[in-house]
Design a protein around this ligand. Structure first.
Ligand code: SF4
Length: 380
């Protein structure tokens, strides 16, 4: 490893120290640089200035109510979706959703993270009924549900505006929205990996509408497939620009492409070859540096593994995906990580990086800090 930092990174560090905003050329230079350690150190410094040594997580539970999706054949990176009559297709009844949610009865789960396919039979009423029943049975649990792509799908099949769908879902119990469905905004990339999916500008439009209604959201970027560094920069520019406008994003979450069990992986001859650890860390660190108007950068340990997520806590990350119960989507495309992590496991992971674990709510308010050396018993 070189003893001298890449001069490009040194120059960008000077800009940040002077309080100057990074531009697109800076972001491109960071993605192009091989000096991962210098980029990580810079991102760590910026993160510490915002969040200290605290690393947050939410005790959440993923529920994927349907894998039936009209885009089954055109999102070539997806291994989760099925056509309605295809083997393995499912759509939960309300009772099945409630049965899966039942583990939240322990009182520890604070958030349901609900996303699924674009199912013609899962329209507005399906989700309204689901959210009302979840709120009625688990009033203490926050509902973070439906990507921008799902909101646009419901609007289309119900012949409603995005705004009216969001208002109706909020009345039924929707609290915030996850950031999935962004993939990479570039039209050329979308054409290749998700030809019929909601355009990048419309993803931004749905999030803008949500923010105008006071619904906070997350945002993502799927990386490690066919996108270029320039595509990544343009994607980040669009996210930062909306955040300047509304301030409605809670967190940025880069999502690593998994090439197993999907057509794109076969087409690219990439099966069994996931993203590199270097790229995973760089995605997080560059996100931290470029998205100066975001406080929270999250590592999704289900996608990049627990050890890499632990290391990422020194590369600008201040938030980890929580204690996830029964995640299906990334395990359908070859994620080999466990499907859930206990509270003790998460505390050990964060403490092992020399950080202070803190449970947060869905709006990033800290609920309790685990600053004692021994993990507190589950249920305390
Ligand atoms: Fe459907 Fe989403 Fe999979 Fe595309 S990525 S096929 S929209 S479930």
């Amino acid at each position: 490893m070189s003893q001298v930092a890449d001069p490009v990174v040194t120059r960008i560090a000077g800009k940040i120290a002077a309080g100057e905003r990074l531009d697109a050329a800076d972001a491109l230079a960071l993605y192009d640089s091989h000096d991962l350690i210098a980029i990580g150190a810079l991102a760590d410094r910026v993160n510490r200035a915002k969040n200290g040594d605290t690393v947050t997580f939410a005790a959440n539970q993923h529920i994927n109510p349907t894998n039936v999706c009209v885009l089954r054949t055109t999102c070539t990176f997806c291994g989760y979706a099925r056509l309605p009559k295809e083997a393995g297709a499912y759509r939960y009844t309300l009772d099945q959703v409630l049965a899966e949610a039942a583990s939240a009865a322990d009182g520890l789960t604070k958030e349901f993270h609900i996303v699924g396919g674009l199912d013609m039979k899962a329209g507005l009423a399906y989700y309204q009924e689901m959210f009302r029943a979840l709120k009625s049975n688990f009033p203490h649990v926050h509902i973070k549900a439906l990507t921008a792509v799902e909101i646009a799908h419901i609007a289309r099949i119900e012949k409603m505006t995005w705004r009216d769908v969001l208002i109706a879902l909020r009345e039924a119990g929707l609290d915030t929205m996850p950031g999935g469905g962004a993939e990479t905004f570039s039209a050329a990339v979308r054409e290749q990996i998700a030809g019929k999916k909601l355009a990048g500008a419309d993803y931004i439009g749905v999030h803008r509408t949500a923010h105008e209604l006071g619904i906070r959201t997350n945002c993502t970027m799927l990386y490690g497939h066919v996108e270029t560094h320039q595509d990544r920069v343009e994607h980040l520019m669009m996210l930062r620009s909306l955040q300047d406008e509304t301030g409605g994003f809670l967190a940025y979450v880069p999502l690593a492409y998994h090439p197993d069990d999907n057509a794109l992986g076969t087409e690219l001859h990439r099966e069994g070859t996931a993203t590199s650890g270097v790229d995973d860390l760089k995605m997080l660190a560059v996100g931290r540096l470029f998205l100066d108007n975001f406080r929270h950068i999250k590592s999704h340990w289900i996608m990049v593994s627990q050890p890499l997520s632990q290391i990422s806590l020194h590369f600008g990350v201040n938030d980890l995906e929580g204690t996830v119960v029964r995640e299906k989507i990334y395990h359908a495309v070859g994620a080999h990580t466990p499907q859930g992590m206990t509270l003790d496991g998460l505390l050990e992971l964060i403490r092992g990086a020399g950080k202070i674990p803190a449970e947060r709510d869905s709006f990033y308010n800290v609920l309790r800090v685990f600053d004692s050396p021994a993990p507190e018993p589950v249920g305390a």
